[in-house]
Design a protein around this ligand. Structure first.
Ligand code: AMP
Length: 367
């Protein structure tokens, strides 16, 4: 029997962890990335070419049976080119929506899913007008190619608008009303083509400078959790989604709003490698191959995921603790770059807290 070969567009840590989850299932992988140093290349075959290079895409399609992605900003036209040759998940039309904050928010609103208030902005004067509407409490974002807080400007008074560089206005923009949320949560949902859907327990996320730093699962119970999960499941159905979809939300006492969605496996689901019966990576592959989904129940009571951003503390691997797992992605350390994560499991919130404090103290770092 020939092994099924999965092609992954993007060769970062998500592709790498997908392959590490797929090898025990007898799957093979080919990664496609414009960079020869893409870290998935350390665990499988890497094709290095531009996403627009049709000859290279043609060659890629010959080598693989089915295609998915680790990066949502892959050109939609390239994905459509691939779709004529090999099955693709998620679908290019979904990527088109998820790549553009305006299309994404409009899609949510159309399906009755609350999202942050927003205004389209194309110039400084339009920004003045829109910001006034939000009482100068806004976040200016590029409609496209934004992630981890990149391409974002806080607006907190009329004067801050004058300080925004001219070149920002060369890209289509959106001004979002600033939400004074109580917490940020995400729902990791997986759906296969037969319409079977599963979610992992709700994830509570902390960010610093727009970048995810920690995830705690399950999130402390809140009154809107069921509604939050239902919104993510609805989105997966109305998109006719196949694979893992992650929806990030802002929650206050009385409101829940979509911040954004990721049409792929996501950093806030990394804990599931050790913390759940089936990881987000395995279930993404199962969904794409039309297989029944694995259980998303947790192993033990709780999990924490700590991101390592920019650099590792000196002594990482010398620290070996029960219930502590290291993931080092093999990427060149660089300011603001995610280069690894740790997962800690525990049976209850107090134990989890103690284990996090213990690790942080041993490493001599601040979270
Ligand atoms: P994003 O790249 O849109 O997910 O934004 C990165 C982070 O910035 C989010 O996780 C929030 O912490 C913060 N943020 C983004 N949009 C808003 C908003 N409308 N109101 C308040 N905080 C926001």
């Amino acid at each position: 029997m020939k092994n099924v070969c999965i092609g992954i567009l993007g060769g970062g840590q998500l592709a790498r962890m997908m392959a590490l989850a797929g090898y025990p299932l007898g799957l093979e992988f080919v990664f496609f990335d414009p960079s020869a140093s893409a870290c998935a290349g350390q665990v499988g075959e890497l094709m290095v070419a531009d996403y627009h290079n049709e000859l290279a895409l043609e060659e890629f399609c010959k080598r693989v049976d089915v295609v998915t992605l680790d990066f949502e900003n892959v050109p939609v036209a390239s994905l459509r080119y691939i779709k004529k040759r090999k099955p693709v998940f998620p679908e290019p039309d979904i990527l088109e929506v998820a790549q553009d904050r305006y299309l994404e928010k409009s899609f949510c609103s159309k399906h009755g899913i609350p999202t942050t208030a927003f205004e389209l902005v194309n110039s400084r004067s339009e920004l003045m007008f829109a910001a006034k509407k939000f009482g100068y409490e806004g976040i200016l974002k590029t409609r496209r190619m934004g992630y981890d807080g990149k391409g974002q400007y806080q607006i907190n008074k009329a004067e801050s608008i004058n300080q925004i560089p001219d070149e920002i206005f060369h890209s289509p923009l959106i001004l979002e009303q600033k939400v004074n949320f109580d917490r940020e949560v995400s729902v990791v949902v997986v759906r296969n083509a037969q319409g079977e859907v599963k979610t992992w327990p709700l994830c509570e996320n902390k960010h610093k400078n727009g970048i995810l730093t920690t995830t705690i699962v399950p999130a402390k119970q809140g009154p809107l959790d069921k509604e939050t999960e239902a919104h993510a499941v609805t989105l997966s159905h109305v998109l006719n989604y196949v694979g893992v979809l992650v929806v990030e939300f802002f929650q206050t006492d009385s409101r829940v709003m979509v911040n954004e969605m990721a049409p792929r496996v996501h950093n806030s689901g990394h804990w599931s490698i050790e913390g759940a019966h089936t990881s987000q990576f395995e279930n993404h592959l199962r969904a794409g191959l039309g297989l029944p989904l694995g259980s998303t129940a947790m192993n033990g009571g709780m999990a924490a995921m700590l991101n390592w951003i920019g650099a590792f503390p000196d002594n990482v691997l010398s620290i070996s603790e029960e219930h502590l797992y290291w993931h080092i992605y093999g990427k060149e350390p660089k300011e603001g770059r995610k280069i690894g994560h740790s997962t800690i499991l525990a049976s209850d919130p107090q134990k989890l807290h103690d284990r996090i404090v213990n690790l942080v103290r041993k490493l001599g770092v601040q979270l």
